[in-house]
Ligand binder design. Sequence first.
Ligand code: ADP
Ligand code: ZN
Length: 436
Amino acid sequence: MFYNEEFETLPREALKALQLKRLQQVLQRVYHTVGHYKKALDAAQIKPGAITSLADLPKLPFTTRQDLQENYPFGLFAVPMSSIVRLHASSGTSGRSTVFGYTKRDVETWSELMARCLVAAGLTKNDIIHNAFGYGLFTSGLGLHFGAEKIGASVIPMSGGNSKRQIMILQDFGPTAICCTPSYALHLAEQGKALGLDMKTLKLRVGIFGAEPWSVSIRDEIETIYGITALDMFGLSEVMGPGIAMECQEGRGGMHIFEDHFLVETINPQTGEPLPEGEEGELVFTTLTKEAFPLIRYRSGDITRLITTPCRCGRSHIKMERVMKRSDDMLIIRGINIFPAQVEAILADIEGLEPNYQLIADKISALDSLELRVEVSEKIFSESGSVKELQNIEKRIFKDMKDYLGITPRVKLVEPNTLKRSNGMMTKVIDNRRRA
Ligand code: ADP
Ligand code: ZN
């Protein structure tokens, strides 16, 4: 089943021709409307008109997360604010977050791509979709929501949290599909079990999961506990949001990337060299149709392989394997992305702390948990009667992490020079979660 059969099954030759045409258009547009791209292309001595085939793509400079941060909040927008109808943002303090803008047509395109994902999962207007992806500034909740409405399904805008209420609604409203992070699905199943509920007795038949890495064995576990088909969906807000790639029901294993809207490459993350299709590397995306926030050769940080063998479902679009690795130090905690540099920025604003800290990620039952250990200064530590002060600092760190990053870590202040170092270097991140 397709949502847009013509474009989803476009023969590869026609698809490549369409990609080239759209690439040339977007290059002209960003060159003339976004200062950053004019500068970057001029510096690389490339005129937008110099790209005459897709093979020329590697001549274009990469766009990086740093470019996005330097242009915070709206510096990379290619249209005036009067043409923007929606703003989303990643977590982070000012200048360390990224803002994503959408025109009316961008929202329309995004909804269509999400609709393609839902149809690829076998959903129709007769389905009730329980959407437990987070609503708000994050892209996943609303992104999926618009796609669900587009196919005419009944969507429950549940968002995350309130597990008991989620269980109640799963029982009472009888949704046939559930969408959330895979770890939240496992968490809900645990909650259900504690309440004496067998998840297999629910009406659910399909689950669409994403926003964090999950292995085939976790997929199998979810399928067994719920008695559903569990499909993988991939996306990143910079490029659009969820709905950039979707696993189809017929050809399990790998997600189709909607190539009429995105051009994908894999590169060697160390050297930036393009890799032959099929080799493991970092995914790089160029948006072909986005109006408000086009991106040229954006380095996603996600490491995986492209699959070029034709798929049974009839879609002509290339597939990508599951994403299990990153090329950078980004952590995903309960579907929220954080970088150690963002934590550093928060700590730097609080007096009495040494810049030394450690983030320790763990799983407590199915859910991610994070501990943040921070060294305090000698002065504060040695001053008598400062227990209260230490508690206040702990509270402040917790609150800032919650407010700016949307993360609620256990915060522990420790004495100066007590955090473990190896060869004099702090280990800033310890990830004890097993993704087996
Ligand atoms: P999302 O809400 O989809 O997580 P974000 O922009 O917050 O959007 O995060 C994007 C990042 O999340 C990706 O770069 C990738 O690291 C991770 N991610 C998203 N979907 C998946 C998936 N299906 N499998 C593995 N990682 C994923
Ligand atoms: Zn397929």
